[in-house]
Design a protein around this ligand. Sequence first.
Ligand SMILES: C[S@@+](CC[C@H](N)C(=O)[O-])C[C@H]1O[C@@H](n2cnc3c(N)ncnc32)[C@H](O)[C@@H]1O
Length: 476
Amino acid sequence: MEERLGAALAPCGLAVVKMPDKGRGLITLRDFSPGEVVIQQEPYASKPKFSSNGSSCDGCFALHNLKRCSACQMAWYCGSSCQKSEWKLHQLECKALSKLNNERRKMLTPSICLMLRLLLKRKLQKDKVIHSTATDSYDLVEALVSHMSDLHEKQLVLYAQIANLVNLVLPELEINIKEVTEIFSKLACNAHTICDSELKPLGTGLYPVISIINHSCLPNAVLVFEGRVAVVRAIEPIVKGTEVSISYIDTAATTRKRQKDLNEQYFFTCGCTACVKDVKASAVLEGYCCKDRTCDGFLLYDSGNRVFICQLCGLSRDNQEIKKLEKETKVLVDKASRSLSSNNYYEANTFFTKIEEYQIELCHSFSIDLLRTRESLLKIHMELKDWNKALTYCRLTISVYERLYPAIHPLCGLQHYTCGKLEWLLEHTETALKSFTKSVDILRITHGMNTIFMRELLSNLQEARREAAYRLSACD
Ligand SMILES: C[S@@+](CC[C@H](N)C(=O)[O-])C[C@H]1O[C@@H](n2cnc3c(N)ncnc32)[C@H](O)[C@@H]1O
């Protein structure tokens, strides 16, 4: 398997190597430039997010013109070509699903659905109904890390229970419960959430070659999806002999939070530069602001004197005052989240606006908490179609994104795009043009140029250019 994979990857300028303390990793055999596709892969198995009114096409993850499989009512296709391409696998899946009563169907979580597909594909490849290739074979799934020995016993029991359910759905496969328990454990640290171009989740997929890529909080590549195809693009020059890295988590968090997330799901301690050197930056991200509003310092707790001290001007801030504001904010955050999840945007707006007031009093301007509040306010004002306020919050988030994420990051590109669309709507043509340009500069690297999404962005940019030129000539 290793040799076959090596032979398939070498022409793409890649090799799999064993790395100290990381297991396997992917390294480059040639230089890659920013925006270049390092590797792309179809999933070994994938499953769109389920929703009763149709999610995305099971074949290509398209979102429109979906029709439900009339037999099982659980698979969706955008047309006959996708239905045909999925038929060999869906034929078996459909037979199994059609037999289930409603109670059993409700128990089919996304990871169970993904597991059913994975096991069926393995069977079809074994029976040579579907061909296996060097980059699409069950051997690659077998080689994935499972971290079984790191799992808590409770988690193992849970996986074993779900494996029993899989056995009930596919009794003819006579699955080995221990083996399926291990595959569930592999899915937890190897499967990827498939997202659309705007990073909205569409489903889950297992890409066993892309899963060889290790994590860094300062990655040199980014993983995006074109339909259900996973595409890894370089976001900076990657010279020959370098390890390719992507980020497994949202890196807009303090080092402590990132380490916790990575440890809980992936069982390792990240040793990247951001994790080793990031102490001061982290303190700013979760830090309180100075009492003197003209000072940009952040505070650290002085336990001896029970006060917070500004690290820039030395001014102290009373612990009690901070605790009081924190407590009041927490009460509001719970209420605000409830209003938002029940789509009560007017009420959510009132709560989040108050939270923002408290956090401006309390937190440093780069604080993650303040950023999350402003992201919620952006979402709320978009829903309420208050474009002016939405634009204000979009701009406020961009300045923090630019500090938190690398210069080339999909979220920065997408936020500039949102900003541009709002400015365009408000007829701020000049600034819209600047925002679209910034967005294209970033997203052409992370997303490539050939998707419908990028074509739409480029057409918006062209239109803004034409309008700006027209306005300029009208002034002459
Ligand atoms: C998706 S797999 C990556 C490939 C894996 N190294 C292998 O041998 O198949 C994720 C696992 O790789 C390891 N890993 C990934 N990034 C790492 C890093 N920066 N440092 C240490 N281990 C890492 C962890 O064991 C993690 O659970």
